[in-house]
Structures are given as C-alpha cells and as structure tokens.
Design a protein around this ligand. Structure first.
Ligand SMILES: *Cc1c(COP(=O)(O)O)cnc(C)c1O
Length: 302
C-alpha cells in the first residue's frame, strides 16, 4: 500500500490561531473499503489464508463500514463471507439499504438477528452455534478490532509524520487509535474523538497500547453512535465546500468538528502541527441521507 498523502487543510477564519492542520487521506486507500477497515483486515486476511479458512464471518449494523469492507475483501481475496446483521426487521427491507445491498452484491450471505441475539455475539454459546452453522468460518469481531487489526493500523503513521505535534483519530471500538498510539513518537500527543458515548473505551484501548501519550476527547459524539444533527450536517457540507474533502457524519465529521472547535478555543499552542487521520466511511453517506430525508433534515452534499 502506498502511503496516503497528508493534505493541508485551510479553513477560513482559523488563521489567527496559527496552527497547521493536515488530513491524512487514508480514505483514498481503496475505492470501496474504508481506509481504516482495510488496515484492520490486512493481517487478518493473511492469517485466514495461512490457516486455510475459506469463510469469513463478522457482525455489524445496517450501515456498517466494516460489513461492507469484509464483503468486498472476501470478494477480492476469494473468501466466502457471512454478515450477522443487527435487526430482524431488516430481513424484508435490506434491499433498500445501500450498504447491505452492496455487501450482498459482493457475495456476502446476510443473516439477520434480533437485537437481543446480537448482544450475545461474543458468548461461547453463540460462537459455537455460528461455527457449526457456517462450518468453521474465521470469525472477525464487530468493527474488526483485534490484535492483528491493531498491528495493521500501526502502518497508518510513517516516519514523515514525526514532524507533527498532535495526531487525531476518530474512535469507534478503539482499534485504529491503538495502532496509531503504538506507532506514535514520544513527542506526539494522540487525541481520540469517540463517535459514541462509551466510558469503556479508555480501558479497551489500554489493553492494546504500550504508551501513555494519548487522550480521549469525549465532547463531540453528538448524542451517541450514528446520531447527527443539523449543526453537524452543515459543518460537513461547509467543510467540503471550503476544502473539497468529503467527511462522513458518523466518525470523521465529528472528529473534524471537534478539532476545529478545539482550535477556536485555543486548545492548541500557536505553531502546533496537527495531523488528523481521514479513516474513510464515506460509503455510509448515501444511507445517512436516506435517514435524513425521512426526518426532513438537511442532506449531506455528496
Ligand atoms: C470504523 C471506523 C472508525 C473507528 O475505528 P475503530 O478502530 O473501531 O475505533 C473510524 N472511522 C471510520 C470511517 C470507520 O469506519
């Protein structure tokens, strides 16, 4: 994989704060597979090949970037794929869902389970049922986070990134930021912007990382996972107009909103160099617009 470029981001009105902001365009790594989801799959796919698995099974919600990433990667690398999808009600509606429709087109078998069942997904009993039903697939966790995923995400930062003071990353399950932290320099401060309310995240990340030069900034989840409001949608549309860089409202939009807000509040010293990771997620914007339209809210310009 080529190292993605760090693109300078200049937002009108922020000059006086004298910080330099760059976005690492990991979203451009692959046309379908969201930047960080490809990083997270890399060593898992190698392991699946080495151990001669023929099937990959994983879990996700209806708009999951990880679900589509696994479906597409399975198609590219010759694995059958199975997606255990949260929400029985989707059984008869999934063809209206752009993410699931594409996953299916890549050959993924979709298995819809109730929310109660979905919560059991990590239990021994449920895993045994899946192993039997689908004849020994390699099981990847929800969001794709495991030790091999963290290893893949260590490749997000390169030597050239040593010149930055701060590295910012959106956080879902914490696998991506864990890799970034492990690959960071001592002088970096790594800032995570959780996309959900989750007091557990700090402990989860701590199981993967070996350093303490990081912090989570939990003020920009906008009410929880997948929750959006007009302020966020307008921010993303304005950002696109000003920089020509698209963001997604679930992860990178919230992170970037947070970074800009922190800059305006003087959080970063003058002269600071900030690198934000664009982890991708843009495939979800089509599905998000369907929901925004139903709620008669402004749409994302995509
Ligand atoms: C999944 C995802 C994240 C979060 O990654 P984690 O490793 O789960 O923390 C961030 N950004 C995008 C675009 C994602 O799809």
């Amino acid at each position: 994989m080529d190292a993605p470029v760090n693109q300078r981001v200049e937002i009108p009105g922020l000059d006086s704060f004298e910080v330099r902001l760059y976005l690492k365009r990991d979203d451009l790594l692959h046309p379908i597979i969201s930047g960080n989801k490809l990083r997270k799959l890399k060593y898992n796919l190698q392991r699946a090949k080495k151990e001669k698995y023929t099937k990959l099974l994983t879990f996700g919600g209806a708009y999951s970037n990880h679900i589509l990433a696994v479906a597409c990667a399975g198609h590219e690398h010759g694995f059958e794929t199975i997606g255990i999808i949260r929400g029985e009600e989707l059984q008869n509606q999934w063809k209206d869902n752009p993410t699931l429709k594409r996953a299916f087109a890549y050959g993924m078998q979709l298995d819809f389970v109730s929310r109660e069942e979905y919560r059991e997904k990590n239990t021994k009993r449920f895993v045994e049922v899946l192993q039997t039903k689908y004849e020994n697939p390699m099981i990847l966790p929800e969001g794709g986070t495991n030790a091999l995923a963290v290893k893949g995400c260590m490749e997000i930062l390169t030597e050239e990134d040593a010149s930055f003071d701060h590295v910012c990353c959106a956080v879902g399950t914490g696998g991506t930021i864990s890799g970034v932290i492990n690959a960071s320099e001592q002088h970096h401060t790594v800032l995570g912007f959780p996309a959900l309310k989750g007091d557990f995240l700090k402990a989860d990340i701590a199981t993967f990382v070996k350093r303490d030069n990081w912090n989570l900034i939990s003020d920009y989840h906008f009410g929880g996972y997948g929750k959006v409001n007009e302020v966020l949608v307008n921010f993303i549309n304005t950002f696109k107009k000003e920089t020509d860089i698209p963001l997604d409202p679930v992860y990178t939009g919230k992170m970037m909103f947070g970074i800009v807000d922190l800059i305006q509040k003087g959080h970063f010293q003058k002269g600071s160099k900030i690198l934000a990771i664009h982890t991708g997620g843009l495939q979800g914007n089509i599905g998000m617009n369907q929901r925004l339209k139903q709620r008669k809210m402004p749409l994302l310009e995509i």
